[in-house]
Design a protein. Structure first.
Length: 75
């Protein structure tokens, strides 16, 4: 099937179009549809978020408070 598919569900009330070539990534928390044109941007965002998560863990292990750490790192 090499045509766009429209998806709806009780949770996805507005139709979502899945196009041929889109990447579909899923885990226990949900599903994400990624157009190929957005992959590089998404990888960059994920790498930045992973670094922020790493710095957050380091700060918390060093005894910093959660609220202040999150406010400082997750802008």
């Amino acid at each position: 099937m090499n045509v766009p598919v429209e998806f709806t569900s009780p949770e996805q009330t507005q139709p979502l179009t899945i196009n041929p070539g889109d990447l579909i990534v899923a885990d226990m928390d949900g599903v994400v549809v990624i157009p190929p044109s957005k992959v590089d941007e998404l990888v960059e965002i994920c790498e930045k978020r992973a670094k922020i998560d790493e710095l957050t863990v380091q700060a918390l292990e060093a005894g910093e408070e959660m609220g202040a750490t999150l406010a400082r790192l997750r802008k």
